[in-house]
Write a protein of this length. Structure first.
Length: 133
């Protein structure tokens, strides 16, 4: 159960509707998902978060599938069920296959395990791994 009442489009203030309209235009969709509806309970957070997501996920040096896979990997690590589902769907739309998803989740699991082992043993960073500027 959400901690705030989701804001539906027909109940939204003009400020929220403007963000919703931009989300739908940018994503070429005709609906607003529950994440944005929840954030709309606090319009400044909705606007700030949408602007940041739009900027970060825009085309750049990384292709859309890579960005979605990174987002998915972080979502798995953070155990965010909503984000796992949302970004799996977006990654699939960008070309993610079942085989790729399996490998991605295996890498995430292995990285989390070895990260925790390294932290637990307080392993000193090798000189060869340190940046040389």
């Amino acid at each position: 159960m959400p901690t705030v009442k989701p804001v539906e489009y027909d109940e939204a203030s003009p400020e929220v509707r403007a963000v919703y309209d931009d989300i739908m235009a940018t994503r070429k969709t005709d609906w607003i998902n529950n994440f944005w509806k929840a954030l709309a309970a606090h319009p400044p957070t909705l606007k700030r978060t949408w602007e940041s997501v739009k900027e970060v996920m825009a085309p750049g040096a990384l292709d859309p599938l890579t960005k979605e896979m990174i987002y998915l990997a972080v979502s798995v690590t953070n155990d965010c069920t909503y984000c796992i589902n949302s970004h799996t769907a977006a990654a699939r739309k960008a070309g993610l296959t079942d085989e790729m998803l399996g490998e991605l989740v295996a890498v995430v699991g292995m990285a989390n395990e070895t990260n925790r082992l390294s932290c637990g043993f307080q392993v000193e960073v090798d000189e060869r791994f340190k940046p040389r500027y």
